[in-house]
Write a protein that binds this ligand. Structure first.
Ligand code: G6P
Length: 371
């Protein structure tokens, strides 16, 4: 009913709007007496100190949350982090031992590939921490420890609020590791946590501008394909933006690392092809920002229609943006939490304009329980 959907035509739009709450609920209770506490933790501080390598294994959108978190965990902990599709990890004989931490990320906790990856990791004696949105699901049951995302039930087949919650949860794992290893001082850990806690408000601000993004979505409904470009944490955001568009709008969409443009993707650019560019902050990452500006000017010169997601007040980007979507300024590692939101809205609105069922895209299942 319309009431169940919070007055929206689709659950997905309601779930997009629930993202500030999903983030706040996922963070709540995890910083007590100046320390990060992982939920229902069965990994001791000593266990965390012993970790010498981290794998994140997941499928679909959850995999993208791992790609985002890699930047933060490596930066905070100085531990090597590998992020792998669960279906690939399981069958390629990964190098694991008891000092390996495997973070298995799954909204449903029932995805067959991720479950098999967990089983394999445990057979190899690795420690497995599940990040899951569903209480008591199979993946947390078979893991050594679990950190729940508290995004609430997600009905839309394409994940939205659980993606943001997963990023927040894996960031908590990263901070817990940094705290145990001493690669960050306690007050630094506290500051990072505080910055995370400011994100629900930042996301709420993005949501107050969705009408304009929806209008933009409608103008893209007849495009044959859309490309997404990003660098650093903007790269997995580009991948997620493209996945959303494939899932919902059945449109050919690809995400690329902007630095790879000249190694292939630029050959795809033609007159009026929409290209979504996820810009880093001009202050936070000036070098990356300058490189992306040059990437956009290249694609614009070749006739692409540039749709730029940029920090509020970033004037330098205006000349290169046919369409500009502004998001609040936040610390670099937290940018995916704001820049993904317009891409979710864009995909949903394009799908709607094309007459598709946003909550139940064809051929897809909410949880894939066969390998
Ligand atoms: C399906 C869903 C995706 C989800 C993926 C992984 O493909 O349609 O939205 O990201 O499964 O699901 P999980 O429950 O493991 O996060």
């Amino acid at each position: 009913s319309a009431a169940e959907k919070g007055g929206h035509e689709y659950f997905m739009l309601k779930e997009i709007e629930e993202q500030p709450t999903a983030l706040a609920d996922t963070l709540r209770g995890h910083f007590v007496d100046g320390r990060i506490i992982l939920d229902e933790q069965r990994l001791s501080d000593q266990d965390l100190r012993d970790v010498d390598k981290v794998f994140v294994v997941a499928c679909g959108t959850a995999y993208h949350s791992g790609l985002v978190a890699k930047y933060a965990i490596e930066h905070w902990t100085r531990l090597p982090v590998e992020v792998e599709l669960a279906s690939e990890f399981r069958y390629r004989d990964p190098v694991l031992d008891r000092d390996t931490l495997v973070v298995a990320v799954s909204q449903s906790g029932e995805t067959a590939d991720t479950l098999e990856a967990v089983r394999h990791a445990r057979e190899q004696k690795a420690r497995v921490l599940a990040v899951c949105n569903t209480n008591g699901a199979q993946i947390p049951r078979e893991s050594d420890a679990v950190l729940y995302t508290h995004a609430g039930p997600e009905v839309g087949v394409a994940s939205t609020k659980t993606f943001l919650a997963q990023i927040a949860a894996i960031y908590l794992v990263g901070l817990a590791l940094a705290q145990a290893r001493g690669t960050k001082y306690p007050d630094e850990v506290g500051r990072e946590f505080e910055e995370l806690c400011a994100m629900p408000d930042a996301v709420a601000r993005v949501l107050s501008t969705v009408d304009r993004v929806r209008e933009l979505g409608r103008s893209l409904a007849d495009a044959k394909a859309v490309l997404f470009l990003g660098r650093h944490v903007g790269y997995p955001v580009a991948l997620e933006g493209a996945l959303k568009l494939k899932e919902l709008a059945y449109m050919h969409a690809e995400g690329f690392a902007a630095g790879e443009l000249k190694h292939g993707p630029i050959a795809l650019i033609e007159e009026s092809l929409p290209v979504v560019v996820v810009m880093p902050s001009p202050k936070g990452r000036a070098v990356l920002h300058a490189k992306l500006l040059s990437n956009i000017s290249e694609i614009q010169a070749r006739g692409a229609r540039t749709i730029v997601i940029a920090e509020e007040g970033d004037e330098t980007v205006r000349p290169f943006a046919d369409e500009l979507v502004e998001v609040p300024a936040v610390p670099t590692l937290l940018q995916p939490l704001v820049s993904t939101v317009p891409l979710q809205v864009l995909a949903a609105e394009i799908a709607r304009a094309r007459g598709y069922d946003v909550d139940k895209p064809r051929n897809l299942a909410k949880s894939v329980t066969v390998e």
